[in-house]
Structures are given as structure tokens and as C-alpha cells.
Design a protein. Structure first.
Ligand code: SF4
Length: 694
């Protein structure tokens, strides 16, 4: 951390890590950032920040940054530094040659949840208007895509229902598959504060997260279910509420689709959904499930908060709908202190989804197949558009292995490290004719790239991020792009060269276009955000100052829709060869695959990705804390150091994924959510044995 006394100026911007979206002030001396301090006026953080926001910005000036564009003919050749003109000419020519040889739909793009909305908007526009297809997807595919699907199906919009401050009116927090004190620290502290004031807590998580153990915050119930059994447990909670007459019938009659509710009621009453029936599969005590259900149903205001422990499953979308059902069943939706609230992992995962980064949806979650919506874009963009949904990331990779998908533009995403089944991803990338990586560092994916376009850090960006509560935050440049070119300009100039000119002179003009074409952003502009501060979408004529709480009086889709949530067990099962279930998570000081945090002072707070294993499983294998162990799945093997702990139950092991050398995704499977293909990172059958590899 640089600390050189008093700053000469400050610039307000937004943290580039988690979905809390803390407002920070960069204190600057000369052209150096000397400190990042939390902004007391920040509406998401009210003057707080965690160790990532405060201290982990040094990666922006790290020596590993690549500041010059590079090209090479083949991935076996060395990189050659070139000018921006040569790099963009080469990229355009290579993409066009690929399309000419293999067809219009043989190329596509991936947007980044770490980039601004304006940068994301241009990449999806590049794919749709310039490439002429809908092969655009986002890294949300591998985290919260089931949230988008599940909440849209039940409530009509793909976003969390509440503002963060709403928790102050909450009496009962149902926390599922989320570890906010590590992954969303500022909101985690707010949650802890509310619990210390007397709100009650139910945790559904295979592991004893810190909130289960924190003094004065003891959870009323911790349901340490077996990984992969979220759906039967949520069904059993709903079953109990219906069976014991605890449902909010007045709310259901007024706000919900009654035919769907009746069908759902018949389903949920089935014996197989009772706590007694799911006890063995989930590993939970049936009476504890019933007690938790009663507590949730009886609280005046009960709110669900959840994370990737819900979504990254083969039934992630089912589980999201199960939670949405539960909130409707008990009338816990449509006012402060309640709701269904996804804890978004990345700073702009909400925004990257809002901006139309899905192959089947245009910005604002409108189907590409809708002629009327498409016509609006065609008129504004002056080009015909494809009405056929494009390929998702897993489809692109599968088709690349088959030889029909041959070119990709990847903005700020390291799919070779962060996507599951690494060997498959590498085979796909190796089989492409044109891989363009736009990033800060030569990441793992860049090993397979032909063109490297240097990206900019958040300190060099001008734009907006959207946090987990739909808050549109300004990101203001603290310094000029160290690469010599704003990232949105790179995309625009690539498009120019491919025959579809993009005429923007400033990032604010891109937001103006977003507002023009996306009804939920109709009232948004840089000017307003700078004058009035951040706002929560929808911001339009109906809600000129934004919308902290959604679904008041009426759901976005009209009537709330109960959806059937049939439990289909994951295909990933334990057996004698792979008897343990591996699940994953994060630690406080690090972020995702660590590309940023490992290049900052925060590295001091982290040693290795450790494998947590229960004492009984460790003893059986002769493993002690600190020993190196082999972790082998049906897909691959890696080596980690053991941490023997009762945080996990017997039969479950747990690790983080912050170091590339840990190779966690070498062992994860290719199984994915049935609706969205979000990978099932949270359930991998493994064997753990002592290792002498290191
Ligand atoms: Fe806030 Fe999250 Fe950044 Fe921490 S990492 S400062 S909680 S936005």
C-alpha cells in the first residue's frame, strides 16, 4: 500500500470487487493513487469498505500488466508487440476470415462482469450488429444465471428484490449457500449488526460459516445439508408451512396466480416432500427442518439471502424458484425487510446481465425472438439482426471441440481457469482459428490466444457498475488508460474495421443509448448519476428516482407464479472410489481466481487454497493438518494442503479457488444447471489420499 501523506485531489469511484459495490474515494498525489478510502455518502456502504476495497487496488499498476497489444500467428509462436492499429487490423481480418470460412455463426463473444456496463454493451452490440449473430454470453453463466432464470419465471424480472438497507427492517434472515462475512464483507457486517440487534438467523449451508459461530449472533438453526440437496430441503420447508397451515392465504389470493398455486400445493403436499422423507437424502434432522420452517413462516418480516451455494448446482434454477415460492407462500415479498436477495459475486454481474449479454435476450431481458423488440434495435442501430438465439459458453466450447465454432472475443474473463472441466476448455480453445483475449494480464486463457488486447483497470474506466441491489454506481477515471486506449474504444474500433462503424466520442453517449433502448434505464444518464448519486433500476417515468424495493402491490409479471420444483438428484454421486463430496467457496482477503488480489498486498493474508476435511475422514486416511493430499475426481486430480476441521461434516470436503496452481477446476465436472447450464461447481465426488507430491 502506498501511503505518501496528504492527497492533492480525490476522485469518487466504485470498488471493482464484489457485488456490494462500495463507493470509494481515490486519494491522489501527482499521478499516483496513495489511498482508497470508503465514501461516507456511498448509498451501498455508508462509509465502510473491506480489505479488498481498501487495500487490493495495487494490481492496477502491477508490473505484470500488459500495456501493449500483441499478436502471433499460432499459439506456439512467441508474442509480438504491435501498435493498436496493427492489432485491431489483425483481429478484424482474422475474425472476418474465420466467418468467411466457417459461416456467420462460427464466431462469438464473452462479456465481463468486471467491466463497465458501457464496455459490456458494446461487446454485445459487436456480436449482434457486427458479427450478425447472438453468440454472446457472460461470465454470469458460471455463477448467477439460475438467478436470472428463476426470478424471471416466478416474479418477472431477473434481479434481487430489495435494497441493502432493507435488512434493517428484517426480523428473520434465511441465509442459503452464502458466506457474506467473507464474500460480501461490508454487507456481511451489516447483516451481523442486524442480528446483534435481535433479528434471528437460519443458515442452510454444508459448512459452518462464520455467522454460525460468531458470538452473540448464534444462528437459531444451522442446517448442514449434504451438498446437492438444496431442492428437497426447500421443498420440505414449504411442505411444512402448507401442512401446518402457516401460509399467508390473503397474500396468495391477492397477489398470485391461483391456478398455478393450486397445482403447486398438490405437488408440495406429496409425502416425498415431507421433512421426514428428505431427512436421509439431505442428512438433516426432520424436526430441525420443521422448526426452521415455522420460524421463517412466523417472522413478521423474513428475508432470504443466497449465494453461489444455491446457483452452482444442476438444479440451481429449481432452487431459485423454490425460494421464490417460499417468499410468496408466506407473503414475504413486496415491502422492506423481506424478499429474495441474490448476493452477486462480481462487481458488475447484475449489469452485465442487464446489458443483454445472454444469447437469447436483448438488453433488459427481452427475447431476441421478439420481432417488435428487435425492430427497435434494428432501427436505432441501422442494421438487421438475427432473431435466432445464439450459443451459450458451454455450447461454444462444445462446438469448438467439434470444429464448428472457430473464433471468440473474450473480454476480461479467464475461462481456462474459471470454467469447469479445464481439459475440455483448453481443447476447445486450442481448436479455434481466432482467440482474442482482452485483459489486464496474460491469464491462463491467453495461452491459447492469437491476439492480446490490453484492458484497463477500474481506476482507468469511465462508466457504471450495477451492484447486487440493482444500484447503478458511477465509475470515474482516476488516471488515463495506461494502455493508451479506453476499453470501449477498442471494441468500437474493432467494429469499425469489420464494416460496422460505431460513432461514440465518450462513454456517456453509450449510457444514453442504453437508456434510449432499455425501458428500465430510461431515466439514467451520467449527468443525473453525477448530480443525484447512484440509483436503483428501474429508473423511468413510473419510478423517476429509482426503485429500492420491487414487486410492491404487483409483481413485474403481474401475478406471482408458483413453479413446481421437482427434485432430480445430481448425476454426480459418491461411490467407493469417490466417497467424499467436494464443495467450494472464498476467503475474505481474496477474490475469485485471484488475478487481481494475488497482485496486491492482500497476498500477505493468504497462503494456499486449503482442503478442509472432517477429523473422522482425516483419521481414516492418516491425514493431519498441513499434510499434502491428493484430491481426485472422475475428471482429474490436484494436490492441496489439508486443514482438519469440524467446520465440515463427515463425508464433505471444502476448498477455495484463489490460486491457479491449486487447479480446482481440473477436478470439477461438466454437469450443469438444467435451465441455464451454470456449472455444478458445488458438488464433485472425490477421493482424498495422502500425497508426497510437494
Ligand atoms: Fe465493498 Fe465488496 Fe469492495 Fe469489499 S470487495 S470494499 S465489500 S465492494
Amino acid at each position: 500500500v502506498i501511503d505518501e501523506g496528504m492527497p492533492e485531489r480525490t476522485v469518487k469511484t466504485t470498488c471493482a470487487y464484489c457485488g456490494v459495490g462500495c463507493s470509494l474515494k481515490a486519494e491522489i498525489k501527482g499521478d499516483q493513487v496513495i489511498r482508497m478510502v470508503p465514501d461516507k455518502d456511498g448509498k451501498a456502504n455508508h462509509g465502510h469498505a473491506c480489505v479488498k476495497g481498501r487495500f487490493a487496488w495495487g494490481y492496477a499498476t502491477h508490473d505484470d500488466r500488459i500495456l501493449s497489444p500483441m499478436v502471433r500467428d499460432s499459439i506456439d509462436d512467441p508474442w509480438r508487440k504491435v501498435s493498436w492499429d496493427e492489432a485491431l487490423d489483425t483481429a478484424a481480418a482474422r475474425l472476418q476470415a474465420t466467418q468467411k470460412k466457417y459461416g456467420r455463426t462460427s464466431i462469438g463473444g464473452i462479456t465481463s462482469s468486471r467491466c463497465t456496463n458501457e464496455e459490456v454493451w458494446l461487446v454485445q452490440k459487436l456480436v449482434r450488429a457486427t458479427f450478425g449473430n447472438n453468440n454472446v454470453d457472460t461470465c454470469a453463466r458460471v455463477c448467477h444465471s439460475p438467478t436470472g432464470y428463476g426470478l424471471a419465471q416466478t416474479y418477472g424480472t431477473s434481479a434481487g428484490t430489495q435494497d441493502f438497507d432493507s435488512i434493517e427492517e428484517c426480523d428473520l434472515i434465511l441465509l442459503i449457500g452464502s458466506n457474506p462475512t467473507d464474500a460480501h464483507p461490508v454487507f456481511g457486517s451489516k447483516m451481523k449488526q442486524r442480528l446483534r440487534q435481535g433479528a434471528k438467523l437460519i443458515v442452510i449451508d454444508p459448512r459452518q460459516i462464520d455467522l454460525v459461530r460468531t458470538p452473540h449472533v448464534e444462528a437459531e438453526y444451522h442446517l448442514p445439508l449434504k451438498p446437492g440437496t438444496n431442492v428437497p430441503v426447500i421443498n420440505a420447508i414449504a411442505h411444512t408451512i402448507v401442512e401446518e397451515g402457516l401460509a399467508d392465504e390473503a397474500f396468495i389470493n391477492e397477489r398470485c396466480d391461483l391456478a398455478a398455486f393450486q397445482e403447486w400445493t398438490a405437488f408440495i403436499k406429496r409425502k416425498e416432500n415431507s421433512p421426514e422423507s428428505v431427512a436421509e437424502e439431505s442428512g438433516l434432522d426432520s424436526e430441525m427442518i420443521r422448526s426452521a420452517a415455522r420460524l421463517y413462516a412466523s417472522a413478521p418480516n423474513a428475508a432470504i439471502y443466497y449465494g453461489l451455494g444455491v446457483t452452482e448446482h444442476s438444479q440451481g434454477s429449481t432452487m431459485v424458484m423454490g425460494m421464490a415460492n417460499l417468499a410468496m407462500l408466506t407473503g414475504n415479498i413486496g415491502r422492506p425487510g423481506v424478499g429474495v436477495n441474490p448476493m452477486r459475486g462480481q462487481n458488475n454481474v447484475q449489469g452485465s446481465c442487464d446489458m443483454g449479454s445472454f444469447p437469447h435476450e436483448l438488453p433488459g431481458y427481452r427475447p431476441v425472438s421478439n420481432d417488435e423488440v428487435r425492430a427497435t434495435f434494428e432501427q436505432d442501430w441501422g442494421t438487421p439482426m438475427d432473431g435466432v438465439p445464439g450459443q451459450r459458453i458451454p455450447n461454444m466450447l462444445d462446438n469448438a471441440v467439434l470444429g464448428t465454432f472457430k473464433g471468440i472475443y473474450i473480454q476480461g474473463e479467464d475461462i481456462a481457469q474459471s470454467d469447469p472441466n479445464t481439459h475440455h476448455v483448453e481443447a476447445a480453445l486450442r481448436n479455434m482459428d481466432c482467440v482474442i483475449v482482452q485483459d489486464l494480464f496474460l491469464n491462463e486463457t491467453a495461452r491459447f490466444a492469437h491476439i492480446f488486447l490490453p484492458g484497463t483497470s477500474f481506476l482507468e474506466k469511465d462508466g457504471t457498475f450495477i451492484n447486487a441491489e440493482r444500484r447503478i454506481n458511477r465509475v470515474r477515471p482516476v488516471m488515463k488508460p495506461k494502455t493508451g486506449k479506453a476499453e470501449w474504444r477498442v471494441t468500437a474500433e474493432l467494429s469499425d474495421r469489420m464494416g460496422y462503424p460505431m460513432h461514440y466520442t465518450a462513454a456517456s453517449e453509450i449510457m444514453d443509448e442504453i437508456a434510449r433502448l432499455t425501458p428500465t434505464f430510461a431515466g439514467v444518464s451520467f449527468d443525473r448519476l453525477d448530480k443525484e448519486g447512484s440509483m436503483q433500476w428501474p429508473v423511468n417515468d413510473d419510478a423517476p428516482f429509482g426503485t429500492p424495493v420491487m414487486h410492491i402491490g404487483e409483481f413485474v409479471r403481474g401475478k406471482g407464479l408458483f413453479k413446481l420444483t421437482e427434485y432430480v438428484p445430481t448425476e454426480e454421486r459418491t461411490n467407493r472410489k469417490f466417497p467424499l463430496i467436494l464443495t467450494t467457496g472464498r476467503i475474505l482477503s481474496q477474490y475469485n481466481v485471484g488475478a487481481q488480489t494475488r497482485r496486491t498486498e492482500n497476498i500477505k493474508w493468504m497462503e494456499q487454497d486449503l482442503l478442509e476435511i472432517h477429523p473422522s475422514d482425516a483419521e481414516l486416511r492418516g491425514i493431519r493438518s498441513g499434510d499434502w493430499v491428493s484430491v481426485a475426481s472422475r475428471k482429474g486430480e490436484t494436490v492441496l494442503q489439508a486443514d482438519v476441521t469440524d467446520r465440515v461434516n463427515p463425508g464433505v470436503v471444502y476448498t477455495t479457488f484463489h490460486h491457479p496452481e491449486s487447479g480446482t477446476n481440473v477436478i470439477t465436472t461438466e454437469l450443469s444447471d438444467w435451465a441455464t447450464q451454470c456449472p455444478e461447481y458445488k458438488v464433485t465426488a472425490v477421493q482424498v489420499t495422502p500425497s508426497n507430491h510437494r
